[in-house]
Design a protein around this ligand. Structure first.
Ligand code: NDP
Length: 280
């Protein structure tokens, strides 16, 4: 039997680790996997996805900058995708796509199961309001974050995210200029793509306390600017997005194949590879 055809869409996507991760999951579970990376931007995504379906594609991951567009293209959506307003996983159902979002479950699983963090009671600052931020915010609230402060370069997107989450007592949209007034956070999450350009918005030292954990959803070189800022400000626990990447992929794999793969060995192999590539 020929393998189910899956792909990751995004731009740029050439360096995506998803084909490698899904290949490893397939080898581990004995499921034949054909998983490719397809470069598509907002102008070409709808046509590329239609061509993929016509060629037998039955599952797709969607990455930057297409998650909100994928939400619009999905005919049906899971509850967590609805709450996120963003889709990172598409499952072919008959003639249409079903949209889901595994980013939040992936982040929470990495932080709790792999790193042993108890998220309950952790006052949290989320930087960014794009597709990734939208994916992780509902899962963080479900995991027991008492207060979620959100800042973004474009304030209208901060407000839109806060409105979509619909918990005004727990979700607090703010501006970058207000960060100096907010006190310490136990969890600071960078969900921007700024690091891809080698930069990061300036943050005040007053955000950091004894218990602060800094998490960048990016990995590799893109996580260097924020994690370097955190280390320079005495944050002891810094975590990049590699663990989340593997966990959200496992969640997608289960949606497509009905089997949950083990993630530890895949994560460790990628981490070792990453450490040799990143010169931070
Ligand atoms: P989007 O394009 O949807 O959003 C990008 C976000 O970054 C927006 O909030 C944008 O702000 C902000 N941003 C971009 N450049 C700058 C800058 N120079 N200064 C300040 N803010 C900036 O991307 P995603 O949300 O999909 O992805 C964000 C990052 O998260 C990426 O690096 C991606 O690789 C990573 N990610 C990792 C995952 C994992 O599994 N580890 C999963 C998903 C994403 P504005 O609204 O103003 O444009």
């Amino acid at each position: 039997m020929s393998p189910a055809r899956h792909a990751v869409f995004g731009h740029p996507v050439v360096h995506s680790l998803s084909p490698r991760i899904h290949g490893a999951f397939g080898a581990q579970t004995g499921i034949a996997v054909a998983y490719e990376a397809i470069d598509a931007g907002p102008a070409t995504f709808a046509d590329a996805l239609a061509a993929f379906a016509a060629a037998g594609g039955t599952g797709a991951n969607v990455t930057l900058p297409l998650k909100e567009l994928a939400f619009d293209l999905a005919a049906t959506r899971s509850e967590r995708a609805e709450r996120a307003g963003a889709v990172n996983t598409l499952v072919r159902r008959g003639e249409t796509w079903h949209g889901d979002n595994t980013d939040g479950a992936g982040l929470v699983r990495d932080l709790t199961d792999r790193r042993g963090l108890d998220l309950r009671g952790r006052r949290t600052l989320l930087i960014g309001a794009g597709g990734a931020a939208r994916g992780v915010a509902p899962a963080l609230l479900d995991a027991g974050i008492p207060d979620l402060f959100v800042v973004n370069r474009t304030p209208a997107r901060t407000d839109a995210l806060a409105d979509a989450l619909g918990e005004p007592g727990r979700v607090h949209p703010r501006h970058f200029e207000q960060l100096g007034e907010l006190g310490e956070f136990e969890l600071i999450i960078n969900a921007t793509s700024a690091g891809r350009g080698g930069t990061f918005p300036a943050l005040p030292r007053s955000l950091v306390g004894m218990r602060t954990v800094a998490v960048d959803l990016s990995y590799g070189e893109a996580s260097v600017p924020f994690l370097a800022w955190a280390r320079a400000h005495d944050v002891r626990d810094v975590i990049d997005g590699l663990g989340m990447l593997v966990e959200q992929a496992a969640e997608s794999f289960e949606l497509w194949h009905g089997v949950r793969p083990e993630t530890a060995a895949v994560f460790e192999a990628l981490q070792a590879r990453n450490a040799s590539l990143v010169t931070a």
